[in-house]
Design a protein around this ligand. Structure first.
Ligand code: PLP
Length: 488
């Protein structure tokens, strides 16, 4: 690029043509079931196909545009109505435009000076999310690149509150501190404990019941046991919407235990937080107003696009800032002429911070809370329909009644339907889901996750989110799994 008129024109044309490709190959195809969910290629074949090598000389725009088409073509179609593989699906169109705008304008959310629009928006969105948590007095918070980060913030903050010296003196200033979470919690808790120097063995795993909910009596026992060992309990990390089963921990009961032992209660509502917008389903979060912090990912159920995660803190004394601040004098000057409370950057462990909040705000503004509520209700109705179908259909077995949008089930092919349920039977069932998954990927017809869980052999985990899917898509899923696995 040399800044000449021809150059500027060529750049404009390129951007326009690239946008046309996005419109044609992504946006228009979003609700279309005719195309494939994925164009499966082995890593070797895909490397060959994409010509990934970086060279001294650049390429013509036509070639670059083809590379854009190829990148879209061989990417997973997360917008496709047959994509149910993860705890997110595609991106809402308003949120997508929001992402384009932040990518085009490149604000960096450390100071009001560098991100005036986004600093104000972050404040408003966090405030609204806290209101939905029932935090009538408000609080504090920050948007992070992902729920794992938000959970790590929670651990760091709770630990700092319990042992403020740790910021300056490090781990040598702290006793052996332990936190409690359930066996069903997201793995970011264990990673966070390792990353923050606590040690994974200092994450005490509290048993959960058959429905995947943390058992408060067991929590109480483990706290007592930890104290007898001489360890210092400081935090309980509950989950609202677990990754595999979609279970909600009993927050009220856990809050009672935390209050009794003076422990920080964090609720990982990355997945389940979305029910806060639904009058029908918000009861699942009962007690969350008593949490000291919450992690909530609008990029999951609400489709705000990756990555968009809010860490909310009920504290109003500036704890988040005190915990993470480093007072860089080139960014956070104390003698600026504007209200410094909008310089949120020193609450963060990052320096440059993408304005993830903008696409969520734009979508929320465009749709209103009422449409977000309808979407959550619709997803849960569709998950309910799927559950009833699984129960009705021969050859399908429900793992447990879902509470949320995770529907877990086994497919039993005809060859196994009339044999007794011995360990051998379950070993045979165990190999069905991976085989069906391989076939669906190679055919490109469907994407559904599978896994083992505790003593359960491989099963399918369907995640229902998109407002574009309904009963016919659920019927397709079960029919397709049967088509792909009937001969096994
Ligand atoms: C319950 C729960 N918490 C946290 C996370 C981590 O979120 P992220 O993928 O944004 O790091 C996940 C991810 O699926 C999750 O299911």
């Amino acid at each position: 690029m040399d800044g000449s008129n021809e150059d500027i024109l060529a750049t404009e044309t390129f951007v326009q043509q690239a946008m046309d490709i996005i419109m044609e190959d992504v946006v228009r195809k979003a609700g279309d079931t005719r195309g494939k969910v994925c164009e499966w290629r082995s890593p070797e074949d895909l490397k060959e196909l994409l010509d990934l090598e970086l060279r001294p000389d650049g390429e013509a725009h036509a070639r670059t545009l083809q590379r854009c088409r190829d990148a879209i073509g061989y990417s997973i179609k997360t917008h496709h109505p047959h994509f149910f593989n993860q705890l997110y699906v595609g991106v809402d169109p308003y949120a997508m435009v929001g992402a384009f705008i932040t990518d085009a304008t490149q604000p960096s959310q450390y100071t009001y000076e560098m991100a005036p629009v986004h600093s104000l928006i972050e404040d408003v969105v966090l405030g609204k999310m806290m209101e939905l948590m029932g935090w009538t007095e408000g609080g504090d918070g920050i948007f992070n690149p992902g729920g794992s980060m938000s959970n790590m913030y929670a651990i760091n903050l709770a630990r700092f509150q319990h042992c403020p010296n740790i910021k300056e003196l490090g781990l040598s200033a702290s006793p052996r501190m332990v936190l409690f979470t359930s066996e069903e919690a997201h793995y970011s808790v264990v990673k966070g404990a390792a990353f923050l120097g606590m040690g994974t063995k200092n994450v005490y795993m509290v048993p959960s019941d058959q429905r995947g909910k943390m058992i408060s009596v067991e929590l109480e026992k483990q706290i007592q046991a930890a104290k007898l060992e001489g360890a210092v309990p400081f935090m309980v990390l509950a989950t609202a919407g677990t990754t595999v089963l979609g279970s909600f921990d009993p927050i009220e009961e856990l809050a009672d235990v935390c209050e009794q032992h003076n422990l920080w209660l964090h609720v990982d509502a990355c997945w389940g937080g979305a029910v806060a917008v639904s009058s029908r389903h918000k009861h699942l979060l009962a007690g969350i107003h008593r949490a000291k912090s919450v992690a909530w990912n609008p990029h999951k159920m609400l489709m705000a696009g990756q990555q968009c995660s809010a860490f909310l803190v009920r504290d109003k004394t500036g704890l988040l800032h005190r915990c993470h601040s480093a007072d860089a004098s080139y960014l956070f000057q104390k003698d600026k002429f504007y209200d410094l409370s909008y310089d949120s950057g020193d609450k963060s462990v990052q320096c440059a911070r993408k304005a993830d909040v903008f696409r969520f705000w734009l979508m929320w503004k465009a749709l209103g809370t009422r449409v977000l509520e309808l979407r959550v209700d619709r997803a849960l109705d569709t998950a309910r329909y799927l559950t009833e179908e699984v129960k009705k259909r021969e050859g399908f077995r429900l793992l447990m009644e879902p509470e949320y949008a995770n529907v877990c089930f086994w497919y039993i092919p005809p060859s196994l339907r009339n044999i007794p349920e011995s360990p051998e039977f379950w070993q045979k069932v165990h190999v069905v889901a991976p085989k069906v998954k391989e076939r669906m990927l190679k055919k490109g017809s469907l994407m559904v996750g599978y896994q083992t869980h505790r003593d359960k052999v491989n099963f399918f985990r369907m995640i229902v989110i998109s407002p574009l899917v309904g009963p016919t898509h659920m019927d397709f899923v079960l029919d397709e799994i049967h088509r792909l696995g009937a001969d096994l």
